[in-house]
Ligand binder design. Structure first.
Ligand code: FAD
Length: 444
């Protein structure tokens, strides 16, 4: 705890909030000292963010700065600028834990040069806390989920009284440009709480029934504030009742993937199941471009990819469908798709994104059987039966009814401007199974 009249530094990273922020509590101590709010624009991290994520992060930082009455912003390598500031101000640095491979090595390097006290994390149960009976990390979600529930978490804490001190100068917030037409959602802690409150009142009770229907669009969209730490998952969990298991379970998926990444940092870009690295894949070419632009001719795939480009977000069911299409219809390695997602999702999260991709590709945790290949036409019909989601994102199909919209190429006069299907799904499914058969038989 900081002693009386001391000064501490709170280094904000992906925890852009004041309430339920254990690092802020630790930095504020008994309230007699002052806290310097610091954000470091680290080129290694910032330049790797996609434009939508940068725009949202900047908006969130502006909102945080307004709430505090300023934010001291430095640009540079945190390993240099954080210890330098700490030494200038003769202060201890407080931060919330970052469990990504880069965050772990950066914080270890900073801690060698200055006192860095890491308290709390972006998770209800931090990575590395729960293990199987034989002491190894969990590899399968359901037993992890049981252990996670048993472990439990603390209640959220309200914001402490803080005497902020914002030094003059600094480098200011970075600029963030987005593609024309992209509308950045309103950011910040206050907005996150507002959205969550509205969600619990209007939609949470129906979550289990509607979560798979992209046309209904009634999931919480909390992934965006969660990925910037504008709201803590404990705050969400505290509002859930006994009937909200379906929602609690999804939050646990986020924690599970963070745990997987923590123990196996290499699985961010390498195959969790290394046998899949031996599979035959195709190089990304014009078909990959068609997938990225939402012009494959398969409406549910195109609607999802266009939603991603325009909104920086995509419904979970559709993320699974488009990912399956890339890996199993186009035979392209999951890493290409994962990278495209990271560049366009506002909620881009290394742990959830990479491991969800690996799950769809059949090479991740909980191995979804590879031979279960999503059919993009029947998936569209099943989960968007009226075609509401398709019409919302594909203007060329806006005038088609539920019976026509899933297979527009069958119409006597297909809608102009919308491409014909890029491939025959039945043929590519067999091709995909053949390639899978090759790696399976090679293992025997
Ligand atoms: P809700 O359905 O309201 O769920 C509530 C919360 O639970 C979400 O905000 C999220 O934090 C968590 N959650 C839900 N489903 C999952 C899941 N399958 N895995 C992990 N956490 C989950 N999520 C990200 O946050 N960042 C990503 O980069 C990301 N990439 C993905 C890539 C693929 C290929 C797939 C299939 C899924 C990905 N997800 C990712 C998980 C999921 O799609 C999103 O979390 C979800 O769509 C966000 O919308 P929501 O907040 O309305 O979710």
């Amino acid at each position: 705890m900081p002693s009386s009249a001391s000064r501490s530094i709170l280094w904000f990273r992906r925890d852009l909030r004041l309430s339920d922020n254990p690092a802020l509590f630790a930095a504020a101590g008994d309230g007699s000292g002052t806290v310097v709010p610091l954000y470091v624009v680290d080129p290694t991290e910032w330049d790797g963010l996609g434009a939508p994520q940068r725009a949202y992060r900047r908006a969130s930082l502006e909102s945080l700065s307004d709430r505090i009455g300023g934010l001291y912003v430095l640009h540079g390598d945190p390993v240099e600028v954080v210890p330098h500031l700490a030494s200038l101000l003769d202060s201890t640095v407080y931060a919330s834990a970052d469990f990504t491979p880069y965050g772990i090595s950066r914080d270890a390097a900073v801690a060698e040069l200055t006192e860095l006290r890491v308290t709390g994390s972006p998770y209800a149960v931090s990575p590395g806390r729960i293990f199987t009976k034989d002491g190894s990390p969990y590899r399968v979600f359901t037993p992890y989920y049981k252990a996670w529930l048993e472990h439990g978490w603390k209640e959220p804490v309200i914001a402490p009284n803080v005497r902020w001190h914002v030094p003059t100068g600094g480098d200011g917030l970075p600029t963030a440009q987005t593609a024309a037409g992209f509308v950045c959602p309103e950011a910040g802690e206050v907005k996150a709480h507002e959205l969550w409150r509205a969600y619990t009142e209007d939609d949470l009770a129906a979550y289990a029934d509607v979560r798979d229907l992209p046309g209904a669009d009634r999931t919480s969209r909390m992934s965006i504030p969660l990925s910037n730490g504008e709201i803590h998952p404990r705050t969400l969990l505290a509002d859930l009742g006994p009937d909200d298991d379906a929602y609690r379970r999804q939050l646990a998926f986020r924690e599970f993937y963070a745990d997987v990444l923590f123990h196996r940092g290499w699985s961010a870009w390498d195959y969790y199941d290394s046998s899949f690295a031996k599979m035959r894949y195709d190089e990304p070419g014009v078909e990959f471009d068609a997938w990225r632009m939402g012009r494959t001719g398969f409406p549910i795939v195109d609607a999802g990819m266009r939603q991603l480009l325009h909104e920086g977000w995509m419904h979970n069911r559709v993320r699974m469908i488009v990912a399956s299409f890339l890996v199993k219809d186009l035979h392209i390695e999951w890493q290409h798709g994962a990278q495209h997602f990271l560049q366009h999702l506002i909620d881009a999260d290394l742990a959830s994104n990479q491991h969800s991709w690996q799950w769809v590709a059949g090479c991740g945790t909980d191995a979804a059987p590879y031979f279960r290949v999503f059919n993009p036409i029947s998936q569209g019909k099943k989960f968007d039966p009226n075609g509401d989601y398709l019409r919302r994102h594909i203007p060329e199909l806006a005038s088609l009814g539920p019976d026509e919209i899933h297979e527009p190429w069958r119409l006597e006069e297909p809608p102009s401007g919308y491409p014909k299907p890029l491939l025959d799904h039945a043929v590519e499914r067999l091709e995909s199974l053949e390639r899978y058969g090759e790696i399976r038989s090679a293992l025997r």
